[in-house]
Ligand binder design. Sequence first.
Ligand SMILES: *Cc1c(COP(=O)(O)O)cnc(C)c1O
Length: 234
Amino acid sequence: MGWSTVSIEQNLAEIRRRMSCATESCQGHSRAPVLVAVSKTVDSDRIAEACRWGQIDFAESRVQEWLTKKDQALPTQPRWHFIGRLQTNKLKYLDESIVLIHSLDRVSLLEALNNEGERRNHLWRALLQVNVTGDSAKAGVSPQEAPWFLDKAQKYPRVAVDGLMTIGKADASDDETRVVFSTLRELRDSMISLGVAAKEQFTELSMGMSDDYEIALSEGATIIRVGSGIFGQR
Ligand SMILES: *Cc1c(COP(=O)(O)O)cnc(C)c1O
C-alpha cells in the first residue's frame, strides 16, 4: 500500500490534465510541452513508480546523487535531465543518458563541456540558465548578458544551446511570476531576432515548478520541472 503509490499516480494524472488544458487555451504552442519529474532526494522505488505511470523524463540536480540512481533497474529507461549547478570537475561522470543540461550558466562550463565533448565525440544539449529575477543566490547569466553568451557559444561545436531556462521567484504574486516567465519568452525571441540563435534550434523554454507551472505554461513553457508536486514534499 502506501500513499505515495496512489499519490504519484494521481499527481501525474492531475499535472498532465492541467498541461493539456493550458496548451489547448494557448495558441503559441506548436507542440506539447514536456513534463520533467524532478527526482532529487526521491528514492528509486518511487522513481520506478513514476516510470510505471508513464513518466519518461526525470531530472537530478547533483551528479553524485544521479550516479547512485542511473544504474538502478527501472521499468523503463529514463531520459535524464540535469538541472543543478554543475562543477566542471564532475563532467567526466556524465554520460549520454543525460539528454539535456538545463543549467549552463557560465563560459567556463561551456568551455569544459566542449572539451569533454571533443574528448568523447559527443554533442551535449543544453539550455542557458538566466537569472531573470536578479536574485544573488541564484545561478544564471543576467538577461543583458544572454546575447554575448550565445554569441560565444557558437564557437563551441560540442554544445548545442537549445533555449533558455529560469527559476521563478519564491513567494511572488502570480503577476510577478508571470512577468518573470514572459521576460524569458521575450528574451528567447529577441535572441533569434538579434541573430545570436537560430529559430529552428533555439526553441526551448524550461520554466515552471510545482507552484508556478500553470503560469509558465500559459507563458509558453516548453518544459516544466515538477518535483514535490509529483513526489510530495522533500
Ligand atoms: C528542485 C527543483 C525543481 C522542482 O521544484 P519543486 O518545487 O519541487 O517542483 C525545479 N527546478 C529546479 C532547478 C530545482 O532545483
